[in-house]
Design a protein around this ligand. Structure first.
Ligand code: ATP
Length: 314
């Protein structure tokens, strides 16, 4: 029986709008998600014992049942007990290239890779929509991480409408290594501070939902207009994360002072990204940022838009 290595790409949010509360306690969201080429590598190897083992080269990643990749394997075992009994256990090795708790959906992407990998390893023959339905049971970002590319995500983030990925758009990512923001904290704080702005009933919520289809961003993605795309970036969570973390606000402001096509925080942060028209512009921006903020704790990557999600690499 063979092993599979899969690329598990991160994502950025080109648009993150909190529309209101849902009856299930989550927020109703309207987002545009974009996969990036920066990826973790998840390797799945069969084990002769009936166990799930997990390894990761990053000390902030839990190696127990809290790990989303582990949860995904447990879910697959529970859903397909006959395959587990037939094929045995699995060893999951995560090579972390994405920063952790960074707003880039690293954990969700690792879970997506385990679901896709076990479908292959156990010869289950599940379709992408079936894999995404399983993924939604682990986390709202997992279905997107499976298909990737560019998509409108609504509901809790799990309802997807795919868009065509604009080609050749580069992304600079910057994050303070020692700074992590909990996604749960960001959404709870937003609710505490802004729930008075939420629509009062389901009719008013439905009216707000139609707003995304009117935004300039969808048009600019369709027309592959990078400068307009950069001007249309939006993230409600900046309203709570930037005031709480002045370091991130300063990073964002510094990036904005150099030539690029648009700057925004991704998801619940604290990663800030800037859109660029070429690898060369991304690298120039990296040099300018390093010179302006010469702090060893600041990590910077240059990557690009990715038109897909989890992918088998060997
Ligand atoms: P999102 O954008 O989906 O909110 P994120 O990029 O902010 O995700 P992750 O890197 O997924 O955050 O990590 C969030 C927390 O989840 C971490 O603090 C870590 O304890 C936990 N975690 C569980 N599984 C993983 C995993 N496979 N990789 C990274 N973190 C994980």
């Amino acid at each position: 029986m063979r092993s599979y290595s899969l690329a598990a790409p991160g994502k950025i949010n080109l648009h993150l709008e909190i529309l209101g509360d849902r009856p299930d306690g989550y927020h109703e969201l309207a987002m545009i998600l974009q996969s990036i080429e920066l990826s973790d590598i998840v390797t799945i190897t069969p084990l002769s014992t009936e166990a799930i083992r997990l390894h990761c080269n990053h000390n902030q990643v839990p190696l127990n049942k809290d790990n989303l990749a582990f949860k995904a394997a447990e879910l697959m075992v529970a859903k397909f007990p006959a395959a587990f009994a037939q094929w045995g256990g699995v060893e999951i090795t995560i090579e972390k290239n994405l920063p952790v708790a960074a707003g880039l959906a690293g954990g969700s992407s690792n879970a997506a890779a385990v679901i896709v990998g076990l479908n292959l390893l156990w010869d289950l023959g599940l379709t992408q929509p079936q894999l995404q339905e399983l993924g939604a049971g682990i986390g709202s970002d997992v279905p997107f991480c499976i298909s990737g590319g560019t998509a409108i995500a609504t509901g809790r983030g799990e309802t997807l409408d795919n868009l065509v990925t604009p080609p050749e758009i580069y992304v600079l990512l910057a994050k303070y290594r020692s700074l992590a923001v909990s996604t749960a904290w960001a959404y709870q704080t937003y609710r505490q501070q802004f729930s008075h702005t939420y629509p009062p009933d389901s009719q008013a919520l439905a009216a707000r939902k139609t707003k995304l289809s009117e935004t300039d961003l969808l048009q600019t993605i369709a027309h592959q207009d990078l400068d307009r795309l950069g001007k249309s970036l939006y993230n409600d969570l900046e309203k709570v994360v930037l005031p709480a973390h002045s370091q991130v606000a300063k990073l964002r402001q510094t990036l904005e002072s150099f030539p690029n096509s648009g700057v925004m925080m991704s998801g619940s942060g604290p990663t800030v990204f800037a859109l660029c028209s070429s690898q060369q512009q991304g690298e120039e921006l990296q040099r300018q940022l390093k010179a302006a903020l010469p702090e060893p704790d600041l990590e910077i990557w240059v990557t690009k838009f990715n038109s897909g999600g989890v992918k088998v690499i060997s």
